[in-house]
Each structure stands twice: as structure tokens, then as C-alpha cells.
Design a protein around this ligand. Structure first.
Ligand code: SF4
Ligand code: ZN
Ligand code: ZN
Length: 316
């Protein structure tokens, strides 16, 4: 995973205990300095993008995977979240057999250890179907035109917003890492999706009073470091991949960007920085959505019916 530089001096504390070579910065770090520097970087990212305001409640979206569990641990350590109830965890149970139950248990164990409230919302309670049931129905009716991840993504976004509103959270913190962000940027460029390129950002715009803003405190943390953080802190996380995981295009983009990063360390940061610099101009030339109430569920929608209800209609 990381180039082994054991018995080498740590660039930060000077101890002969470096074990990780951070190629994009040239630092050699010991275990303690690596975890500390990740925490420091997250604090700096939060300040740089003005992610949180003192006193506002934040919901961390916890799937149970390494990144969301690491994020939960980093945020729960911040002084701004020391007031009880200012930071809560939320998990969406999509209803994926042999996968989500284990993740839910792991998420709840971590919350318990950190003394945080954990709220769960399920597809079944919100939509009347689990993701497995939706896929089964579509299979039966020979209507599986879209991938499970499309259904899952759209329905989860809406469920997350509902649970954040229920618990009174102004912001939802998600564990998107630098790798996730750069992959999404490049996917949007390769697809020619200009609107999404402009909208995906470390802090999303407050486009409607009913929508919680999303913030990404790990957007400048490489996935490799988020994984190492979870291992070094010895936190429990889910390793098992989702049975539907099939994002072929993302995997191709991940491969390309990882190859570039090996030969040109720092490429991922360069892509993120470039888009951040371009964003004001991008935002200026995109159309702002006008919202009305969804005819089916009453939630805000940019057309007569929200995307979640539109997808559920394919089950009819
Ligand atoms: Fe949902 Fe796809 Fe992720 Fe599985 S891999 S949890 S279906 S988005
Ligand atoms: Zn050190
Ligand atoms: Zn709707």
C-alpha cells in the first residue's frame, strides 16, 4: 500500500520511525505524525471552505466503510463538536441483503464508542421497497435499464435529506475523499456534464430551504491516507464490497488517474485545485434550478416530479 521507509527519520517529529512516504509532498511520516497530519489537514479544509458554523448541528453520513468511519472519528475529536448533540451520525439502510446489516452494526458500534447518537432511515420505510426488492421487481418486469447504483444513489440522496431534516441538522458531512472528488470531476468532463461539474463542490450551495447543505471535509485527503487512518486508529469498518458494485466507468477513471499519480505525484491535487479556481466562472454560466413541489411526494423538485419518484414509477 505505501512504500516502506521503516527506520527512516520522520520528517515531522524526527524519530527514526517513518513508515509512510507521502509522495506528493516528499514527507516521510511515522504512524503518529501521519494520523495527526490528517487531522490537521481536515481542520484546515473545514476552515478553508468555511464548512461549519459554531452552534449548527451536523449529521455525518456513515455507511460503515473505512472512509465514513474515519471521518466520524476525526470530526468527533474536533472541539466545535464537543457539545452533546452537535454531531450525530446518520445511516441509510438501502436493504441490501448480506451487506448493509453488517455495516449498520459496525456504524452503530463506532457511534456507541464515541458517544454519538446514531439515526437510521431505510428505503423500506420511505419508499415501501428495499433496493433488493426494487431490483427484483425490475428483473421480473424485464425493465432493468438502469444500474442498481443509479436507483441507490438517487433514493439515498433523498433519504439522507429527510433524516437530516428530521434530526434538525443544517449540514450533512460526507466522506468523499480526494480520489472520489477527482474521479467525479473527470467523469463529468468525459461525459460532458457541465451542470454537474459546476455543482459538485466541497460545500454545496443552499439551493432550497428544505435541502441540507452537503460538506466534504475529506475532499483533500487521498483515499490511501483515509484507509491508513482507519487501520492506525484500529477502528472497526466494513471491508465487504456491495454485491451491486459495478460502476465500470468510475473504475476506468480511477485506474487512469492512479496511473498518472504514480508517475506524476500531486496530479489529483492539481485537478481539484484547477476546478476550484474555475468554479466561479463555471457557476456563472450554469442555469439555476427553479424548484416546485413534487406532484407525488411534495418534496422539492426541479421538474413536476422529483427524480426519486420518477425512478419509482418505473416499477409500475
Ligand atoms: Fe448502492 Fe451501488 Fe454503493 Fe451498492 S455499490 S451501496 S448499490 S451505490
Ligand atoms: Zn513523526
Ligand atoms: Zn417526489
Amino acid at each position: 500500500m505505501s512504500r516502506n521507509v521503516d527506520s527512516v527519520l520522520c520528517s515531522l517529529c524526527g524519530r527514526k520511525a517513518a513508515f509512510f512516504f507521502r509522495e506528493y509532498s516528499g514527507e516521510k511520516l511515522c504512524r503518529k505524525c501521519l494520523t495527526r497530519s490528517i487531522e490537521t489537514k481536515v481542520r484546515a479544509t473545514i476552515a478553508k471552505y468555511r464548512m461549519f458554523k459554531y452552534g449548527e448541528k451536523v449529521a455525518v453520513a456513515v455507511s460503515g466503510g473505512k472512509d465514513s468511519i474515519s471521518l466520524l472519528h476525526v470530526l468527533s475529536n474536533l472541539s466545535m463538536f464537543k457539545t452533546k448533540g452537535s454531531l450525530v451520525a446518520v445511516t441509510v439502510d438501502e436493504g441490501i441483503k448480506d451487506y448493509r446489516d453488517e455495516a449498520l452494526l459496525i456504524a452503530s458500534e463506532n457511534c456507541k464508542a464515541l458517544g454519538l447518537e446514531h439515526h437510521v432511515i431505510s428505503f423500506k420505510e420511505v419508499y415501501g421497497f428495499t433496493l433488493d426488492e426494487i431490483m427484483g421487481e425490475l428483473q421480473l418486469k424485464n425493465k432493468r435499464y438502469l444500474t442498481p447504483c443509479v436507483y441507490c444513489g438517487v433514493l439515498r440522496r433523498k433519504a439522507l435529506n429527510l433524516i437530516a431534516r428530521d434530526v434538525g441538522a443544517a449540514k450533512i458531512a460526507t466522506a468523499h475523499t480526494l480520489d472520489d472528488e477527482v474521479q467525479t470531476i473527470l467523469m463529468n468532463i468525459f461525459r460532458g456534464d457541465f451542470e454537474r461539474l459546476a455543482k459538485e463542490q466541497p460545500v454545496t450551495e443552499k439551493v432550497h430551504p428544505q435541502f441540507a447543505q452537503k460538506v466534504k471535509p475529506f475532499c483533500e485527503i487521498p483515499e490511501k491516507e483515509s484507509t491508513l487512518f482507519a487501520y492506525l486508529k484500529q477502528v472497526k469498518f466494513q471491508n465487504k464490497p456491495c454485491i451491486y458494485s459495478s460502476e465500470a466507468f468510475r473504475n476506468e477513471v480511477r485506474f487512469i488517474i492512479n496511473c498518472l499519480e504514480v508517475n506524476h505525484p500531486g496530479t489529483k491535487f492539481t485537478v481539484l485545485k484547477m476546478i476550484n479556481r474555475m468554479r466561479p466562472s463555471l457557476t456563472e454560466i450554469t442555469t439555476q434550478n427553479k424548484f416546485r413541489d413534487c406532484m407525488v411526494c411534495g418534496e422539492p423538485a426541479s421538474s413536476g416530479i422529483c427524480r426519486a419518484c420518477e425512478l419509482l414509477k418505473t416499477l409500475d
